[in-house]
Design a protein around this ligand. Structure first.
Ligand code: UDP
Length: 329
């Protein structure tokens, strides 16, 4: 199938491109390479471009004429979104509207959307399921909720259908070791902890120890990026079969506190790196854990790497390989 993938050179996008490429799909990857990398695109054709460029989008959509679009390209940092909300509304909402307009013009009717657990805000029930209200507590989550509303309205109005995948905390690296996370300024916990173990950072800050959780630190549901990639492949198959819009959580159904993640990283790396207790980070909810029963029941998805140590091991291998590559370069 012909699939147009925005943000396919990024961390999650590149793992999904690999999973789709292996299945023999014909991929056009559209990425402005602001945080993505050319080397991460293992399948398909990469076109460097920005979603603000309507002319290019319309042209590509018409010429490539995909059956489906998977949309990863977005700004993703919660704290930055609190400081720079306009950037987030522009990148995540305006640019998605451009993409949807170009799709409408070219009569492309199938859409997989990268949404987020951040749409829930502070959920009343943990694990949270998709019937919970969207009450985001930061601009990042608000942009994802606005786009979900747009998609809902479009699918009611038009011959258009979508699946919004609400990601929980995506972590780890490709089990083959080919691709992984590489940001100029990484903010994610596991990556920062591993880089501290490597000596790239002096110490790891734990953002907040007074949350209403058993050890006072935030709880998150960490899902391996390869499991998330398969969730995309299976959701797309499901969408093409049923032609029905849906929303699905992607997580494992149990969480780990920041302190538990730090101990796991210390155990896996064998390095007792310095850790400090610091102030809370703006926009962080205390606990986010997914109920992913709907994803399992409707698409047949099952986790293969539901093991925090395994997740950290794959990310650690990737981090060490990055160091070797940097020395070799
Ligand atoms: N966190 C932390 N120190 C760090 C990075 C993150 O204590 O250096 C915490 C963060 O406050 C949150 C959790 O780890 O409670 C997961 O944060 P991350 O940025 O990995 O993902 P998010 O939940 O924001 O998507």
């Amino acid at each position: 199938m012909k699939i147009f993938v925005t943000g396919g050179a990024g961390y999650i996008g590149s793992h999904v491109v690999k999973a789709l490429g292996r299945e023999g799909h014909d991929l056009l990857v559209f990425d402005n390479l602001s945080t993505g990398h050319e080397w991460a695109v293992l399948y398909g054709q990469l076109i460097k471009g920005d979603l603000s460029n309507m002319t290019l989008l319309k042209k590509l959509m018409k010429e490539f004429n995909p059956e489906a679009v998977i949309h990863f390209a977005a700004s993703i940092q919660v704290e930055e979104s609190v400081r720079e909300p306009l950037k987030y509304y522009e990148d995540n909402v305006c640019n998605t509207i451009n993409l949807l307009k170009a799709m409408k013009l070219a009569k492309v009717r199938n859409f997989i959307y990268s949404s987020s657990a951040a749409v829930y805000g502070i959920p009343v029930n943990v694990p949270v399921d998709e019937t919970a209200d969207m009450k985001p507590i930061n601009p990042y989550g608000a942009t994802k909720a606005v786009v979900e509303q747009i998609l809902k309205d479009m699918s009611a109005a038009d011959d258009f259908r979508y699946i919004a995948l609400r990601y929980f905390n995506v972590a780890g690296a490709d089990t083959d070791g080919h691709i992984g996370q590489l940001y100029k300024n990484p903010t994610h916990l596991i990556t920062r902890a591993l880089k501290t173990a490597k000596g790239e950072f002096e110490k790891l800050s734990i953002y907040g120890t007074g949350y209403p959780t058993p050890d006072g630190t935030c709880i998150r549901d960490y899902i391996h990026v390869d499991d998330l990639a398969r969730a995309h492949v299976q959701s797309l198959d499901h969408l093409m079969d049923t032609k029905k819009s849906d929303i699905m959580n992607c997580g494992y159904g149990h969480g780990f506190s920041v302190k538990e993640v730090v101990s796991t990283v210390k155990k896996v790396t064998g390095i007792d790196f310095p850790v400090e207790e610091a102030a809370r980070r703006a926009g962080d909810p205390p606990a986010l854990v997914a109920c992913s029963d709907r994803l399992k029941a409707k698409t047949g998805w099952e986790p293969r790497h539901d093991d925090l140590e395994f997740i950290v091991k794959t990310a650690w291998k990737w981090e060490k390989d990055l160091t070797r590559k940097a020395y070799a370069a």
